[in-house]
Design a binder for this molecule. Sequence first.
Ligand SMILES: NC(=O)c1ccc[n+]([C@@H]2O[C@H](COP(=O)([O-])OP(=O)(O)OC[C@H]3O[C@@H](n4cnc5c(N)ncnc54)[C@H](OP(=O)(O)O)[C@@H]3O)[C@@H](O)[C@H]2O)c1
Length: 228
Amino acid sequence: MATVLITGTNKGVGLELTKIYAGRGDRVYAACRDPESATDLKAVEGDVHPIKVVVGDTASVTQMAEKLAGVAIDMVINNAGMAGPAFDQQNTYAMDYDGWAETFNVNSIGPVRVLQALIPNLRLAEAGKVMTVTSQMGALSFEMIAAHAYCASKAAVNKFMRMASVDLKKEGIAVGLVHPGWVQTDMGGPRADLTPRESADGVAAVSDALTIENTGGFWKWNGESHDW
Ligand SMILES: NC(=O)c1ccc[n+]([C@@H]2O[C@H](COP(=O)([O-])OP(=O)(O)OC[C@H]3O[C@@H](n4cnc5c(N)ncnc54)[C@H](OP(=O)(O)O)[C@@H]3O)[C@@H](O)[C@H]2O)c1
């Protein structure tokens, strides 16, 4: 039995990840912005502990970590993320700069806040690890013509987590990145390829396979390596 902390658990991929780990008998700290109103999350059976966190707010992440002081956490899954401004406001010719900054704050800095705040908890685990749900849209190798702010935010988190993997390897903590596929969520829309469950099954398998030996990797939900 493991202890897992997942962000963005009120819906989408994060909610399905919560169901998967709780279904195995793991303890899940299910972090989201508003646990009170997270009806679907509250209905998940098992050892599930909804916990409030606003990943874009340092004080909120610190408060979450304070509540978890002394708890060994085997795995953190940074899943919360946002799409950013409307596509006609995040491109080469037009940019909602405040929206881009918020997208960076949530998608790039949020996972770092959570990782840093929970390092003491990861140290208490036998083999702590951190998986961040990124996107193929953040890969420099993946040609994109839209969503410039979102793409840049995911590229930034990819680079940071790759660097964190080198630093934390010395402590035995593994760090990885996973592209969850194109998923039928509020973010991905109804025409996407994968159901949230299909995506989450893949993300969970890739996360389970993350070890100190393959730390620093970037994978697709189906287990294939992702080009940077
Ligand atoms: N769907 C896709 O096709 C796709 C493709 C590639 C990568 N991804 C990535 O997969 C992850 C999960 O996305 P999803 O598809 O499950 O999307 P989703 O259903 O829209 O869920 C997004 C989650 O992130 C949280 N979130 C959104 N904005 C936030 C903010 N400003 N501050 C804190 N939390 C915020 C949401 O909480 P609230 O309900 O409180 O807003 C929700 O829990 C994201 O990192 C996303 O970038 C998704």
